[in-house]
Design a protein around this ligand. Structure first.
Ligand code: TRP
Length: 442
C-alpha cells in the first residue's frame, strides 16, 4: 500500500503549526514568563527559538523526509538500526504526553461550560479541585481523546490536513480578537510594561535559571523531542525547502505565544493577580478568577477556552499520529484499527493522571523535563555525528544551495548540542534534588 503524503505544502506547514500551537503557547508560556522574570524570559525565549528551535526542527525534518518513516522505523530506513532505541524513547514519550495532555484538554472542555454558566465564578479554587480529578475528569479525557482519534482515523489528507486548515486560522483570529479586547482593560499598561519593557538586568543576574527554562519552553512549544516533526516531514515530497518551512513554523508559533501574553498579562493585572504562581491548576484558578471579574467575562471566558480546546486538539492529533504511524509502517496495520487501538491504550494510561493530581504532576514533569530534552539530545547527536552527510544532503534538496546549510551542521554540533545537553543535565540535577538523591546546594 502506498504511503500517504500531504496534499499541499501549506497543509504540511499548517499541520506542523497546529502541532506546535497548543496548551504550551496559551497556558504554559505565560506562566513560564511569570516564573522566570517577565520580559527577561521573553528575550531569552525569543533567542532560543531562533538559535536552537529552528535548527532543532531541521534535525527532525531531515530524519523524517530522508527516511519517509515513523521515528523508530526511520533508523532502519537510514541503515542505522542500532540506534532505534532513540526512536523508541520518542514513541514512549508520545504515549505518556498524550495520556495527560488529553486530561488537561478535558479540563478545558469543562471550563467552556463553566464559563458559560458562571459555575466557577466566586469559587474558582474549589471548582478546579472538584473537576480536575475523579469520574468527570476521566469522562472528559475520553471525550477529547475520542475526537482526536476520529480525526487521525481519517488519515493525513482527509483528516489531519483538512482539520488544521480550519483550526489554525481560527485560533489566530480568536486570539487576535481577544488581544484587541485586552486593550480595553484597566490592567493593560501595567501588563504590557511587565511583559514587554526589556529587562536586561534580571536577564544578566538570573540567566542560569532562565536559560534552561527558555530552552525547555522552546522545545515544548515547537513540539520537539518526540518525533512529531520527524513523522510530519515523512509525509513531505522532496520539492520543498525545509529551511524555509522551519522558519515559517517557528515564526507562526512564536506570534501565537506572543499574542497570548498580550491577552493574559492585561487580564491578570486588571484583577491584581500575580503572574507566575505556577502549576497547572493555578492557571485555571487565576484566569478563571479574572473572567469572573472583568467586563464581558462570561463571553470572553467561553471564547478563550474554546480557542484553547481547538489549539490542544491540533496538538493532540500530532502526538497520536506519531504512535499510529509506527503501527502502520512497521506492522502493516490498517489506519483505523491502529488509531482505535492506540486510542484505547492511551485512554487507559491517562486514567491514573485523571484520578490523582500527584500522579498527573509526575507525568508532566517526567515527560517535560526529562524525556523530551533526552529525546531531542539523542536526535541531535544522531544527526550531527552518525548521519551528518546524509542530513546535509537531505537539507540541500529542494534548495538552490547556500552556505547556510553547512553552517547549520556546524551550529547543531556546537551550540545546539551544548544548549540541549546543558538543559538535560540541569533537569536531571533538578530531579535528583527533588527526590532527595542529592542535597540541594545553597
Ligand atoms: N507543542 C504543543 C504545545 O505547545 C504540545 C506538543 C504537541 C508537544 N506535540 C508535542 C510537545 C511533542 C512536545 C513534543 O502545546
Amino acid at each position: 500500500m502506498e504511503r500517504e503524503t500531504w496534499a499541499t505544502r501549506i497543509g504540511f506547514i499548517l499541520a506542523a503549526v497546529g502541532s506546535a500551537v497548543g496548551l504550551g503557547n496559551i497556558w504554559r508560556f505565560p506562566f513560564q514568563v511569570g516564573q522566570n522574570g517577565g520580559s527577561a524570559f521573553l528575550i531569552m525565549y525569543l533567542a532560543c527559538v531562533l538559535l536552537i528551535g529552528i535548527p532543532a526542527i531541521l534535525v527532525e525534518f531531515v530524519i523524517g523526509r530522508r527516511s519517509q518513516r515513523n521515528p523508530i522505523g526511520a533508523f532502519h530506513a537510514l541503515g542505522k538500526s542500532r540506534f532505534r532505541a532513540i526512536g523508541a524513547v520518542c514513541v514512549v514519550t508520545g504515549f505518556v504526553i498524550l495520556s495527560y495532555y488529553t486530561v488537561v484538554a478535558g479540563w478545558v472542555l469543562r471550563y467552556i461550560g463553566g464559563s458559560a454558566t458562571g459555575a466557577y465564578f466566586g469559587s474558582e479554587e474549589a471548582y478546579f479541585l472538584e473537576i480536575a480529578t475523579g469520574y468527570d475528569a476521566v469522562v472528559l479525557h475520553a471525550v477529547f481523546l475520542a475526537v482526536t482519534v476520529g480525526i487521525v482515523m481519517l488519515g493525513i489528507k482527509r483528516g489531519i490536513e483538512l482539520a488544521v486548515k480550519a483550526m489554525v486560522p481560527a485560533i489566530a483570529l480568536l486570539l487576535a480578537g481577544l488581544a484587541v479586547y485586552a486593550l480595553t482593560l484597566d490592567g493593560v499598561v501595567d501588563g504590557y510594561r511587565y511583559y514587554l519593557s526589556p529587562d536586561f538586568a534580571t536577564l544578566a543576574a538570573e540567566w542560569t535559571t532562565i536559560l534552561p527554562a527558555a530552552v525547555g519552553q522552546a522545545l515544548f512549544t515547537l513540539s520537539l523531542g518526540m518525533g512529531v516533526m520527524i513523522t510530519y516531514a515523512s509525509y513531505v515530497g522532496e520539492d520543498q525547502s525545509l529551511l524555509v518551512d522551519s522558519g515559517s513554523i517557528a515564526l507562526l508559533d512564536t506570534v501565537i505565544a506572543f499574542l497570548s501574553g498580550l491577552i493574559l498579562f492585561p487580564i491578570l493585572f486588571t484583577i491584581d493577580a500575580t503572574p507566575g504562581d505556577g502549576g497547572a491548576g493555578e492557571f485555571f484558578i487565576g484566569v478563571g478568577g479574572a473572567f469572573a471579574d472583568i467586563p464581558l467575562g462570561t463571553i470572553v471566558g467561553v471564547v478563550f477556552f474554546v480557542t484553547l480546546a481547538v489549539a490542544a486538539l491540533s496538538s493532540a492529533i500530532s502526538i497520536l499520529e506519531v504512535i499510529v504511524s509506527y503501527f502502520i509502517d512497521e506492522f502493516g496495520f490498517d489506519r483505523r484499527v491502529a488509531t482505535f487501538g492506540v486510542g484505547v491504550i492511551v485512554f487507559v494510561a491517562g486514567i491514573p493522571a485523571a484520578l490523582d493530581m500527584g500522579t498527573f504532576e509526575v507525568y508532566d514533569q517526567v515527560t517535560g523535563e526529562l524525556l523530551l530534552p533526552l529525546g531531542m539530545f539523542l536526535l541531535v547527536l544522531f544527526v550531527a555525528w552518525v548521519v551528518p552527510e546524509e542530513s546535509l544532503d537531505e537539507l540541500l534538496k529542494g534548495r538552490s544551495g547556500s552556505n547556510l546549510d553547512v553552517f547549520w551542521l556546524w551550529w547543531v554540533r556546537t551550540v545546539v548540542t551544548v544548549a540541549v545537553g546543558l538543559t538535560l543535565v540541569l533537569s536531571v540535577y533538578g530531579f535528583a534534588v527533588e527526590f532527595g538523591l542529592l542535597a540541594e546546594s545553597a
